[in-house]
Design a protein around this ligand. Sequence first.
Ligand code: ATP
Ligand code: MG
Length: 240
Amino acid sequence: MQTDPLPLKVSGLSARYGVVPAINAIDMAVETGQIVTIIGANGAGKSTLIKTICGLVAPTAGRVELFGEDVTGQAPDKLVAKGLSVVPEGRRLFGEMTLLENLEMGAFSRNDAKAVRADLERVLDLFPELRDRLSTQASTFSGGQQQMIAVARALMSAPKMLLLDEPTIGLAPAIVDRIAELVTTIAASGVNILLVEQNAETALDVADYGYILEGGAIVSSDKASILAESEEVQRAYLGI
Ligand SMILES: Nc1ncnc2c1ncn2[C@@H]1O[C@H](COP(=O)(O)OP(=O)(O)OP(=O)(O)O)[C@@H](O)[C@H]1O
Ligand SMILES: [Mg+2]
C-alpha cells in the first residue's frame, strides 16, 4: 500500500439514469504509476463509471478523490485543471476542425503557451503518423488515427490521471496493438491510467491491476496477470 495520496480513489460510488441504477457502490483505486483496467461487457456500467468520475453524471452516493482531494461531482473542466483527462467512448472529435485545432482544444484550460507548445511537440513525437497532417480535417482520418487523435487531444491538457473509455473498440488488431503500446508508453512517462475495456485480453496484458464490472458492480479484482489466468475471467471474457 502506498502512503502518498492515491491518484484516483473511488468509494461507494453509485449513479442511476432516472430510476434505472447504472453503477452501484463501486470501490476502486489507481495507485501511483499504475495502469488499472476495468473489464466489463456491453452495458456493464463502464462508461457510466467514467462519466461519474469526471463529473458528467451526478453520483447518487459515494465519493471520488483525485490525489487526495475530494472532487465528487465537480464539473469536467474543473477536473481537467486538476490533472484529470478523459478519452471518451466514441472519441468525440471535432470532425469539422483540423487535427491541430482538435489538439488545441485539449489544451483549452491552459494559459502557459510555451509549455503547451512543448507538449504539442512531445505528443506529436508519440504519434509520428500525425505530425505532417496537422491541417487535415479530423473527420477524414481513419478510425485508428481518430482514436490516436483523441488520445493526443487528452494528453494536451497535461494530465496526471488519464481515463480511457474503450480506446480499442472496432479497430483492426494491428491498431489495437499500437494503442496498447501507446498506453504503456504514456504510463511510463508518469501518467496514471484507468483503462476501461471490453477487450479483456489487451487490457489485462497492459494493466497492472484489474477490476471486473458486471451489472454495475465490481465482482472481482486482482493483479491483471492473476485475473488473466483465472478460470472465471477466461471463460467469460477471454473465450478460452
Ligand atoms: N443516458 C442513458 N439513459 C438511460 N440509461 C442509460 C444511459 N446511458 C446508459 N444507460 C444504461 O446504463 C447501463 C450502463 O451503461 P453504460 O453505458 O455505462 O455501460 P458500458 O459498460 O459503458 O457499455 P458499452 O460497452 O456498451 O459501452 C446500461 O443498462 C445502459 O442501458
Ligand atoms: Mg461504454
